[in-house]
Design a protein. Sequence first.
Lengths: 156, 785
Amino acid sequence: MGHQVRIEVNGTVYDREVDPRTLLVHFLREELALTGTNVGCETSLCGSCTVLVDGKAVKSCTQLAVQADGASITTIEGLAKGGELHPLQGAFREEHGLQCGFCTPGMILTAVDLLDSNPSPSAEEIREGLKGNVCRCTGYHNIVKAVQRAAEEDPS
Amino acid sequence: MSGVIGTSVKRREDATLIVGEGKYSDDFTLPGMTHAVIVRSPYGHAHINSIDISEASKHPGVVAVFTGKDVAASDIGGVVPTGWLLPDIKTPDHPILAIDTVRYAGDGVAVVVAEDRFAARDAAEKVEVDYEPLDAVTDVLAAVAEGAPQLFEEAPGNISFDWDLGDADATAAAFDRATHTAEVDLRNNRLIPHAIEPRSCLASFDTTTGELTARLTTQNPHLHRLLMSLASINLPEHKMRIIAPEVGGGFGSKIHHYPDEAIACFCAMQTGRPVKWTATRSETNLTDAHGRDHASHAEIALDENGKILGLRVETHAAMGAYLSTFAPAVPTYLYGTLLSGQYDIPAIHVRTLGVFTNTAPVDAYRGAGRPEATFVVERLIDLAADATGLSPVEIRRRNFVPADQFPYQTAVALAYDSGNYDSAMDRALELSGYDELRAEQARRREAGDSKLIGIGISSFIEACGLAPSQVVGALGAQAGLYESGKVRVHPTGSVTVYTGSSAHGQGHETTFAQVVADRLSIDVDQVEVVHGDTGEIPFGMGTYGSRSAAVGGSAISTALDKVVAKARKIAAHLLEASEDDVVFEGNAFHVRGVPSKTQAWGDVVLQAYLAHNLPEGIEPGLEETSFYNPENFTYPFGTHVCVVEIDSETGAVELQRYIAVDDVGNVINPMIVEGQVHGGLAQGIGQALWENAVYSDDGQLLSGTMLDYAVPRAHNLPFFETDRTVTPCPHNPLGVKGVGEAGSIASPATVTNAVVDALAPYGVKHLDMPLTPEKIWRAIHRNGG
């Protein structure tokens, strides 16, 4: 039977009944139609499904929706505020940090968490910080540059 | 805007992708949609005694369950065809669901359609299949050994084809008179493409009109429609619409026509409900066509001056359990023809045996045959340097096709269009500080430093811009390899372009808009690019083989020629001038020598649609289509250098620097071109150092997850150092050669040459990829270290 959950996603509170085995990523994609969060491997290995749960980067394919009860979640759809792109979104575009775009939401949200805990990381620290997210298109070169650019632009 | 070609216009694709609004196949939902799960063989080779679907059918939420017998009993065709035939090739049937026998772990045997993905998955586990396991063979050389398990009666010895190219006698004679020879037995490791978006298909069938629509992960929607129409679901093409929405990477893996997409379509047709099938990562690893998997014996013959006299290669190329779409072409015409590399080699002979194994099918993966050829040639040339005592730089220079000898006819069928191999080598050596690197290496060797430095070079060639249709037709392609481009100028002067190229990350919406904007002197924002939809595009062969700019871009360019020609006729009429005196420049038509007489582009376009005052014989409107059939392949080239440091105590390799100098002809968008190089490098370096698809002897994929199959991650790689030389392609209108695969073609050899170079003091001549610490440690300590 279903479990009642209350989850805030991108500033909106949702009260929903979910099957206990529903993964957070399926809750986001199928229950809330937030398809910006992608499923690449369902095993926590590729990072495409990364979202922010209470500000921390979490692979939503390996968390149950019921575990997120009471949490506040940010997906890629909720990152831009008032029509303004988040500095990382702008930097990914400026630095050509994406090609097919499938890993991009997870990559950007992981980088948000990274810059939150380390606002001016070295290239090496960025690479370490992103190693849970696989990109098969870019060779990471421009992704690292994008994160560096965002860090420089938004020193907060 | 004239002059916009060659500038790094930011990608228009990104606006939706960075905010999560890009829609990939699995992101779509249709009313009444069901979900399909395919039941797959856990065995590498087995006879199917029976399949019991009764329990699965009763599972709550299940709509239907089908087996291979159901497919066979229908009239849909139900097989996956091979798109490239060779003389005497064996092409056993590949049913979309296995009927009597499964031939690899992952072979589909049944499909469950249910109201939701969970019911489908649960019910799939209730499909009872009684298998009788058979002996399997997964290694390409073991498969051709005496007494090996046989996959198909019609392919004795597991041989699908035995193909050769070049002059065997002349090559033998070259070896007879050689002063120096070198040889190597090498493996080119099997790879799993790992597009991050798993394959997916959402099929819906309108039972009243008989029309099928499928959104699927494809690099070539028209090709999928054609192959499905011909062999898999027997629906005429005008009743099928294939849409490639956003596609999350392909690297070749989404060229091929797989059973799964056809199964989803079959289910939609049978049930009358929309059916979505999306692979899990495990399924993609088991069933996406793998790449490479060659075993080769290669030899090179040289004269006393280090000039190459001949080259001889015999390759066993795994085909896997069935022949995938372009599989036969990859280790033959995309491989054997590249064995001349950048070198002037008078005699070459290559023999390739295509071998069935109990593994996932093998087909084109980024580079497709050309990385394998480059690996053979660039390993041999380093071994030849060793044999002759020449440096790796000197032996290459002595054998480069000189810049004044293009077009250059190789001994293996190709005619290289243009090149300047010394100049790319010069730039790569300069950028790398090559002499300094060698000096540092010498210092460390002298000092007995446990941190070994290795410097690797790879001077590579590729054949891209696939391809002249009449040539590939003569070689066995069951399709032409032209491309279509349609340019529709709207009455107010803005443009929609329809291209048969089908981007999945390459940025065509930006680069093709640049081509149009440059030609018509209009703003890039005045151009919309439409791709990836058989309902909108006249026809298309798709995006692979680094062909989109060279063939797809050229099709747009030639369609623009027609557009401008028609507009010029109208302008001449309006200007009351002779058409020959009217030139198009700066977004207006001018009468030569009369600067005051002009007609703005927008006015001419409007007149074309008003049709109030057109020249006689000119139809209203301004829209032109071109099917561009290339004259030749294009031949990008370059020299790459890399620097590795090896810890001799652990065997660990650190890739310290990677320098890539590529010549891809003219460049439309340098930012995108560099991005393509980066991505290719990561994949090729991945092959060299970490990636390896491993099967157990009985057919289990041991590296089936990203835990066991090491896709490169950010911390594994350095920043790349890239540069270009520019030698335009002389035979297409844009002068472009193509860039998608260069990185993955050059880098496996570059990295391997660097590692072998580092280990030279230990007498190491060759190591097979991936160059794991264990393999390197064993090589160092083979003789007690």
